[in-house]
Design a protein around this ligand. Structure first.
Ligand SMILES: *Cc1c(COP(=O)(O)O)cnc(C)c1O
Length: 389
């Protein structure tokens, strides 16, 4: 590869929507309502319509979206929240911040999302397990990793049987679908993120909660604004400064205009990657009835580290999401987990890497990419993808 390729190309996107961005930003500078200005309300209306839920409550980040939902649910010390160890730290960090306990369950090796069977096992064994004795099971946070929704039909059925709420960490999956429904509409409430590298990314931090629950939305609006009550200096609960900037909303409105096209482009690129790479690495699988928005295109190989070095030399950037599962992180050492507790997550962490993926990857660049990856991976082929799973 002659010139190094970007891992994601926000510049190409900016060139395409420069006029809309400038116009939207100019409008905010003209009206001057930098906090909760009209663009915030407009964005919330459009996000809710995109996903097909009644309410979108924007906020300062995907992390705060998760935090605010747990605060609204009254999660605190003594509560157990089931989630995956193969995710970004934020998913479990918010649980611990509130004094509650993340209870990890292993993932499905094909989708990297919470394995419903592992969840069932964790629920059945809960009372008898030393690690969870004395805790109250409260909820499940399912994560739509790499842009593919988790298996909500099975997860929700299990949660219902055990009286738990289900939250969707849709930070990576805005724009994906699950049996005809949009990601963000697959649980009681969903948190999404507008971090620049996410499929719908802004020019800074941002996030949103999506929900059909009218009362929950009202509580979330209060929490994101210091627990505000009847007016600005009336406070009825503990909250945070969790608002989305008006400028960020204005930028996201411009990006939302082209979002559907971008998702289609990502899906076309993923299709080509699949065709070109399925013989040399374990390519990702999308479950029947689902679509992915391909926040990451992640493949697996025994020879991951060697292949990555070769690709880097050829000007192809790669990344590893995630090199260390959460149960092995220092910050969660007190939870008492150790190596071997979640073998599927640990195996994925040792073998996975992500390829450049963004809607502005040209056919030409992609063909060159595929060729370079095929060459780098040749000789390391240990097994075709299906038998790796
Ligand atoms: C990015 C991400 C978050 C956090 O979103 P921020 O906007 O960066 O706070 C949470 N969960 C997952 C799975 C993510 O990928």
């Amino acid at each position: 590869m002659t010139k190094p390729l970007p891992f994601i190309d926000l510049e190409a996107q900016q060139r395409k929507i420069q006029d809309r961005i400038t116009e939207n930003v100019r409008r905010v500078l003209a009206h001057g309502q930098y906090i909760l200005g009209p663009e915030v309300a407009e964005l919330e209306k459009r996000l809710a319509a995109c996903v097909g839920v009644r309410h979108a409550v924007t906020c300062s980040s995907g992390t705060d979206a998760l935090l605010m939902i747990l605060m609204a649910k009254g999660v605190g010390p003594g509560d157990a929240i089931f989630t995956t160890p193969f995710t970004f730290i934020a998913t479990a960090e918010v649980v611990r911040l509130l004094g509650a306990t993340p209870v990890f369950v292993d993932i499905d090796p094909a989708t990297y999302n919470v394995d419903p069977e592992a969840l069932q096992e964790a629920l059945v064994n809960f009372a008898g397990h030393a690690r969870t004795a004395g805790l109250t099971p409260r909820g499940v946070i399912a994560v739509d990793l790499f842009g593919q929704p988790a298996d909500y039909d099975r997860i929700s059925a299990l949660a219902r049987d055990h009286g738990l709420f289900v939250l969707e960490d849709a930070a990576q999956s805005f724009g994906a679908t699950y049996h005809g429904r949009q990601a963000g509409a697959l649980a009681e409430a969903a948190a999404t993120s507008f971090f620049p590298a996410k499929p719908l990314g802004g020019y800074g931090d941002g996030g949103a909660v999506l929900t059909d629950d009218h009362d929950l939305a009202a509580i979330l609006m209060s929490i994101r604004n210091h627990g505000q009550g009847a007016d600005r200096y009336d406070h009825v609960r503990l909250g945070i400064n969790g608002r989305l900037d008006t400028l960020q909303a204005a930028i996201l409105l411009a990006k939302l205009d082209i979002f559907d096209e971008e998702v289609a482009a990502r899906q076309e690129i993923a299709r080509r990657y699949h065709q070109g790479l399925k013989e040399v690495v374990a390519v990702p699988e999308v479950a029947p009835g689902c679509t992915s928005v391909w926040a990451q295109y992640s493949v697996e190989s025994e020879a991951r580290d060697l292949i990555r070095v070769k690709l880097q030399q050829a000007g192809v950037p790669t990344a590893v999401y995630y090199p260390k599962p959460l149960h092995l992180q220092e910050v969660f050492r007190d939870l008492g987990y150790g190596p071997g507790d979640f073998p599927v997550s640990e195996a994925a962490a040792a073998r996975i890497f992500s390829l450049p993926m963004h809607p502005y990857l040209t056919t030409n660049d992609q063909e060159r990419l595929i060729e370079v990856i095929r060459q780098a991976a040749a000789g390391f082929i240990s097994a075709p993808s299906a038998s790796l799973r």
